[in-house]
Design a protein around this ligand. Structure first.
Ligand code: PHB
Ligand code: FE
Length: 331
């Protein structure tokens, strides 16, 4: 196994290109390889295969979100757990059958190492014309032998406002001119902006923008971006189409506000994968996803969803130790 890349002292273990033109990667006792259609995973007690497009769409989000909150399941077998400084890479750990057969495997890595490895893998395995963040109808094929790359797409900067989109020195609004045309499913969305009349001296403290216009111009799917911040309270709206490419295992409660169209959610027990609920959300519906579940969304048409996150660093521990409940409300 040759070491071909190093990213600021971090050594990524990558092999030479195979027949299909793709490198293999090793991380601890896990190894990853891909061919025209599939990604193959091996660990000391087992092996797994996933479709290359499923894998790349999940990998893209794990990288762009820096391992997100809690668990990112790529499917029912493979995934990561964020410990905010280190990350577990697991196979079968949150799968009852693998656990009972004692075939599951978990390894913990410094975030820098798994981040650098995942970035290299995403860069090498994403071919020209395929954008893992785009809806299936708006991008090319992930399949076939290695042809070119799509660095612009896979290194796209995530929107994370410091205070609010549209404020001076913060994330800009979107327009035709800045390369964000209205999406084909949102041509009916009104494109005006609110008028703001601030008292003299308060001009940089009062702000408003048209969130529907902003979202109608998103070029990606299933990618919550931070548009406003109040201490640990983050508004992370996103536009959705087709299937959320990860199954998210929560380490805290998340609130969803359905802003337009429809999303179907499957909700399972976070640890065993046992089915807990189906939730169908229509415009105006609000849901609080408990801290002990995992969920995956299905959007038949592009839709707007507000994900409301509480970024407080002590929440996972307070919930895991039972000091806080897994549900935010009792009815
Ligand atoms: C979630 O896991 O809560 C989630 C992730 C991405 C989205 C929406 C929701 O686009
Ligand atoms: Fe979630």
């Amino acid at each position: 196994m040759a070491i071909v890349e190093s990213e600021s002292e971090i050594q990524v273990q990558a092999g030479a290109p195979n027949e299909a033109g793709y490198r293999s990667f090793t991380l601890g006792e896990f190894s990853f390889s891909r061919d025209d259609y599939f990604v193959y995973l091996q660990w000391p007690t087992g092996s797994h295969v996933l479709s290359a497009d499923t894998f790349l769409k999940a990998l893209q989000r794990d990288v762009a979100w820096d391992f997100f909150y809690g668990i990112v399941n790529f499917d029912g077998v493979l995934g990561t757990v964020n410990h905010y400084g280190t990350v577990d890479l697991f196979a079968g750990r949150y799968n009852d059958a693998y656990r009972k057969a004692e075939l599951d495997h978990v390894e913990n890595f410094p975030t820098e190492l798994i981040r650098a490895t995942f970035k290299r893998m995403l860069g090498d395995w994403t071919v020209e014309g395929f954008d893992p963040f785009a809806s299936p109808d708006e991008t090319g094929s992930a399949f076939g032998p290695k042809r070119g790359d799509n660095t612009a797409a896979v290194t796209r900067r995530r929107v994370t406002a410091k205070r609010m989109v549209g404020l001076p020195e913060d994330e800009p609004l979107r327009s035709d001119e800045s390369g964000f045309p209205v999406n084909r499913h949102f041509v009916d969305v009104v494109q005006d902006e609110p008028e703001v009349h601030a008292e003299p001296g308060f001009e940089d403290q009062v702000n408003a923008f048209n969130l529907f216009k902003y979202l109608s111009r998103s070029d990606v799917t299933w990618n919550p971006s931070v548009v406003s911040v109040c201490k640990d309270s983050l508004y992370c709206p996103t536009t959705e189409e087709y299937i959320l490419p990860i199954i998210h295992g929560n380490d805290r409660v998340e609130w969803f506000v359905q802003l337009s169209d429809v999303i179907h959610w499957t909700v399972e027990d976070r640890d065993s994968g046992a089915m807990r609920a189906r939730v169908v959300m229509r415009p105006g519906d609000v849901a609080a996803m408990p801290a002990d579940i995992r969920h995956q969304g299905y959007a038949p048409k592009r839709s707007m969803l507000l994900v409301w996150e509480n970024a407080a660093g002590d929440l996972p521990e307070l919930i895991a130790s039972g000091k806080l409940p897994t549900n935010p409300v009792e009815f």
